[in-house]
Design a protein around this ligand. Structure first.
Ligand code: DQQ
Length: 575
């Protein structure tokens, strides 16, 4: 979401205050029962609502905010418009869960109520202070439409659901001033804070100066009085506004670490949501606590062309440390690819991707991501395909699962690597390559993979597939999610997505794993055991509910071995 210009903000504010007056009080509902839970809309009228991806019953949702675990309960807050299916009137909605799959809704946690947030409660993060006490830092929009940073704390620490939040009387705690050089329309989305060994908290806030994206650093001894550091934690010219920064330690062992941990065996990740491109881009590097700077490793690319959490639709993400299961979990917002008119008609917009565990790949050069294992409890009616060769031209239907709501894991092996097409070094953009070489463009080793949400006569399908090329010194594996045939409705954005997967052959064979989480209007795909993720939003008109089909295909001239495929129907989550 790009921040609306001040005139749009003023217009939205006037509109909302003239039609439905903004409630300036911090209304608090006392019990869980007092929250009206809307009945699930019928699938016939709402074929694009998800069965196991998080979404509110209606209206607009964007960024995940303040995820945390407190007293064994997972919390997810999110940017929400209580008044409609388009962005505006932004508050923090709140749900909790014991398993990250089933969610219980709570009253709005934070909404405009004081001058420092009267024009909106925008994104922010939770930090567990000493003794495990949660605190939320979030961006408020003040009466002058300036972006400022505020603090909210639980009213009752013994409530594991953290229903009521109290705003600090000192708000705003960080604000643009005539002397601190902060651009008041580009100063938002505080991260989870981390504690240095000097006993001071640090937090970064996304910003830009001209085209230089930056992570402005603040320090505090008591979490209330914050002092801006002389230099940002990091900045990079040419990258534009950094929204929703995230900064955390990782290691090659697939466990997570508290945000305050640092040491010689840990690397750090700095993720920024690039407002200019709407992509979540990250680098891996080192955090020098003495100088309070982050330095990306040599070879890491910042901005366009760098690493992305997801090469499809995925934005404004945020991680948290799950101290119970010792893992770092990533949440990300998946916006619609439909028109605003369709969103208003269906009455909602936006879903959250399935939470993913993140850790560092053995190469140390990129992250790995995998859907949290809890999601597997929804699997049912397993169908297995055993080892077979997918001959050139194969399209094989996988019967026996509900293909509109499924989890599919396939293991492919490409053997005749000497037959791979030559890779042209000019092909530097995998997304362009995928749109030129879609699923229907024959190759030699590929395209092979899945046709998901496919209609009976293949009038509609989304193709998720690989192609293998022979580069100068190594093989190049391309992973694509081709939405060009996903819907007969041409009002949707059907951009094809793609990425290169960094995998090497072992003993002359290239093994490629593909997992796809299919849920009515979202397809989340993980290639190379989590090296590349691509998420797509699709709106089939025929391949809906029980009419949706799943196929495995090979449109190359060489046979590809399907070592195994496990496919499950997914039960509905309680959301
Ligand atoms: N969404 C929030 C902002 C953030 C943007 C407003 C990112 O705080 O920069 O809803 O999608």
């Amino acid at each position: 979401m790009s921040p609306p210009s001040s005139s749009i903000l003023l217009f939205l504010f006037l509109l909302s205050s003239s039609l439905v007056p903004l409630d300036a009080s911090h209304e608090v509902l006392r019990t869980l029962r007092s929250v009206p839970i809307a009945p699930s809309p019928s699938p016939a009228s709402q074929p694009y609502r998800t069965g196991y991806h998080f979404q509110p019953p209606k209206n607009w949702m964007n960024d995940p905010n303040g995820p945390m675990i407190y007293k064994g309960i997972y919390h997810l807050f999110y940017q929400y418009n209580p008044k409609g299916a388009v962005w505006g009137n932004i508050v923090w909605a709140h749900s909790t869960s014991t398993n990250l799959v089933d969610w219980f809704p709570h009253p709005i946690a934070i909404q405009p109520s004081q001058p420092s947030d009267i024009n909106g409660c925008w994104s922010g993060s939770a930090t567990l202070l000493r003794g495990g006490r949660p605190a939320i830092l979030y961006t408020g929009i003040n009466p002058e439409n300036q972006q400022v940073q505020n603090l909210a704390e639980p009213k009752n620490y013994s409530d594991p659901f953290l229903i009521e939040w109290v705003k600090s009387s000192g708000n705003p705690l960080m604000a643009p001033t005539p002397t601190n050089m902060i651009n008041s329309s580009s100063f938002r989305d505080p991260t989870t804070a981390w504690l240095g060994s000097d006993g001071r908290w640090r937090v970064i806030v996304g910003s830009k100066r001209n085209a230089r994206g930056m992570a402005i650093l603040y320090r505090s001894k008591n979490f209330v009085n914050w002092v801006k550091a002389k230099h940002p934690l990091h900045s990079k010219n040419g990258t534009g506004m950094w929204e929703c920064p995230d900064f955390y330690p990782v290691s090659k062992v697939p466990v997570g670490f508290d945000t305050s941990e640092n040491g010689p065996t840990l690397k750090h990740v700095l993720k920024v949501s690039l407002d200019d491109t709407k992509h979540d881009q990250y680098t891996i590097g080192n955090y020098n606590e003495v100088r309070d700077v982050y330095v990306p490793d040599e070879g890491q690319i910042e901005g366009a062309g760098g690493l992305r959490y997801d090469y499809g639709k995925y934005y404004a993400s945020k991680t948290f440390f799950d101290s119970e299961k010792k893992r770092r979990i990533l949440w990300g917002w998946v916006n619609e690819s439909s028109s605003t008119e369709s969103d208003i008609k269906k009455g909602w917009s936006g879903v959250q991707a399935i939470p993913r565990t993140v850790w560092l790949d053995a190469s140390g050069k990129q992250l790995l991501q995998w859907p949290i294992p809890e999601i597997e409890y929804l699997r049912t009616n397993k169908v297995e395909l055993s080892r077979q060769v997918l001959k050139p031209g194969t399209t094989l239907e996988v019967n026996g699962i509900s293909a509109a709501q499924a989890d599919v894991e396939s293991f492919f092996v490409a053997k005749n690597l000497d037959k791979a097409e030559a890779f042209d070094p000019k092909w530097t953009d995998p997304q362009i390559l995928c749109s030129r070489k879609g699923a229907s463009v024959k190759g030699s080793l590929g395209p092979f993979g899945l046709l998901v949400l496919a209609s009976k006569g293949l009038e509609e399908y989304t193709a998720v597939f690989f192609r293998v090329f022979k580069g100068q010194n190594k093989y190049v594996v391309l992973m694509c999610s081709d939405q060009s045939r996903s819907s007969l409705d041409n009002t949707n954005d059907k951009t094809t997505y793609g990425a290169f997967v960094d995998v090497d052959p072992v003993q002359g064979f290239l093994s490629l794993n593909l997992r796809s989480l299919i849920d009515h209007s979202i397809v989340e795909s993980f290639g190379g055991r989590g090296k590349v993720c691509i998420t797509a939003r699709v709106y089939p008109t025929q391949a809906i509910e029980s009419s949706a089909r799943l196929l495995v295909f090979n449109n190359g001239t060489e046979g590809i071995e399907l070592t195994k495929m496990d496919a499950w129907s997914m039960k509905r989550a309680q959301i």
